[in-house]
Write a protein that binds this ligand. Structure first.
Ligand code: ZN
Length: 119
């Protein structure tokens, strides 16, 4: 893929914003990746990257990401269930929903324990 003037401009702007250019490059666009604050990304396709230095770090990072995704799911389930509880007046239904909420809260608590323990 050829780098166009606009792309160079974008890269220059990123540098002005305080981004740094890394030695690693985007496997798609073959241009150097940029790092701005905690984000590492390709200035052309905007894909985000996570740089790891070892296999061990890769495993840790992957596990971490999975946990974070699960945490997001748990939170959105809790939101959904909360809406359902407030919408129903049927005690049986409420009981069922509250049991589910309690289950998801358990999951969330375990996930938060796992993510806060590392590092
Ligand atoms: Zn790219």
């Amino acid at each position: 893929m050829a780098v166009r003037d606009a792309d160079f401009k974008r890269m220059a702007e990123l540098l002005k914003l305080g981004a740094s250019m890394l030695n690693e490059s985007c496997p798609e666009c073959k241009v150097p990746l940029f790092k701005l604050k905690e984000d590492v990304f390709c200035p052309l396709c905007n894909r985000k990257f996570i740089l790891v230095r070892s296999d061990e770090e890769l495993i840790k990072t992957t596990a971490d990401l999975s946990l974070r995704i699960l945490e997001k799911i748990a939170v959105s389930k809790l939101e959904e269930l909360g809406d359902l509880v407030s919408a129903t007046t049927n005690p049986d239904k409420q009981f069922e929903l509250v049991s589910l909420i309690s289950m998801w809260l358990d999951v969330l608590g375990k996930l938060r324990n796992l993510t806060s323990r590392k590092g």
